[in-house]
Ligand binder design. Structure first.
Ligand SMILES: [Zn+2]
Length: 98
């Protein structure tokens, strides 16, 4: 049986997972599991906020003003064209090098 000093109140506990005085978790295993759980929750929360946040294009393509929707469409097509040109240039460079 291991004697663990409670990090919270300083009481020595023998063979216990929780402090008998203040109920603080003493077991390293349980503590690690709690930390893991907390990290998992934080990760899930972050994921949820990412899902909730619509992308720039999704947000404005449903805008109630037509001008904003048209503008978003123009920007999107320019961006897609820009990407296509960029990919073409990248392909050209790799083709020239090879
Ligand atoms: Zn304690």
């Amino acid at each position: 049986m291991a004697t663990i000093k409670c990090p919270n109140c300083g009481v020595y506990n023998t063979g216990r997972d929780y402090c008998e005085a203040c109920n603080t978790v003493l077991s390293y295993k349980i503590r690690r599991e709690l930390v893991f759980k907390k990290e998992e929750e934080a990760r899930l929360k972050e994921l949820a906020t990412q899902v909730k946040k619509p992308s720039f294009f999704e947000k404005y393509s449903n805008h109630r003003f037509l001008i904003v929707r048209v503008f978003t469409k123009i920007i999107r097509s320019i961006w897609l064209g820009f990407m296509a040109i960029g990919m073409f240039i990248a392909w050209l460079i790799s083709a020239v090098v090879a």
